[in-house]
Write a protein that binds this ligand. Sequence first.
Ligand code: MF3
Ligand code: CO
Ligand code: CO
Length: 347
Amino acid sequence: MKTPGRNDPCWCGSGKKYKKCHIGQAIPAEIAAGLEEAVVAGTRPVGRDAQGIRKGKVSPAPAVPAEIPRPSYAATGEPTERRATSCVKTTDDQIRRMRAAGRIARQVLEHTLAAVRPGITTTELDELAHAKCISLGAYPSPLNYHGFPRSICTSVNEVICHGIPDDRVLQDGDIVNCDVTVYFDGMHGDCSETVFVGKPDPQSKKLVDTTYACMMAGIGAVKVGARLNEIGKAITAIAHKAGFSVVRDFAGHGIGSQFHMDPQIVHYRDPRNRTRVVPGMTFTVEPMINVGSHRCVMWPDNWTALTVDGKRSAQFEHTILVTESGIELLTGGEGPPFYQRQLARGW
Ligand code: MF3
Ligand code: CO
Ligand code: CO
């Protein structure tokens, strides 16, 4: 394990700079070994019972028919546009197209979540999402985005985000986040939900419930004239009250003709982020909440981010439009989130 730099976050998860925290003290062997193991072997990090997530086999993605309009990176992996500086939509046509992309992302997500059950692989979930996306005339945005190999992200248990669908079979008691982004009529729409695979244990239930409440509270803090740092403040209050931590290494983002654009929407308290909310902004709120440490390690695939301690992580995401009178959920569904429907149905 590389020792953190003086100004890096401390390895212990306190959120303080290393120089203000554990500098000068030995890094516990299990933390150092866990990080090393995760990076070298592509296995789960510390925490470490034998049941942790292991990397499965990733197969090549199915093709996208030629008639589906593609984003600039579809062939090369790298977006060619200059990174846009504003996510503010100023015309009715832009807003109409954002609504369409958001609606399709929601449809693809619902279709995918409905298939989650013990025994299915995340590759199969990806295939279902991919086919649904194409049937609706949209391109699955993750596909080849900076080289991402599949059409959605599937993040199981201690995977925080950007899990690559593979041949691992979902087990009774797992939790899985499916993150769907689509590109339609020149715009991206991005949403995700975490759901239960079979019957959840009480802590996973509390984690998923808290994470959904965090996202909704973050969205609730968005209004014209508010500062963007209100979002992280609202999220952190709820997460900490439940005894959970807020991931700092990944953020929400402006969205539109580009998948990721300014501003960054951090989910933790950041008093420096004083940008004001203005009408027409379209961005995501997508908190990742952890049972234990907020710290991440990355598998050698350079995508899969996991909790450093092997404890579970959940996430929800909506794309929203700021209006004069409030916000519109561009990726809103008809009913409650899928996990609440699972709980109501019972096992
Ligand atoms: N959908 C993710 C987000 O919410 C981004 C995935 S990037 C990918 O921002 F390349 F992994 F797909
Ligand atoms: Co997403
Ligand atoms: Co996003």
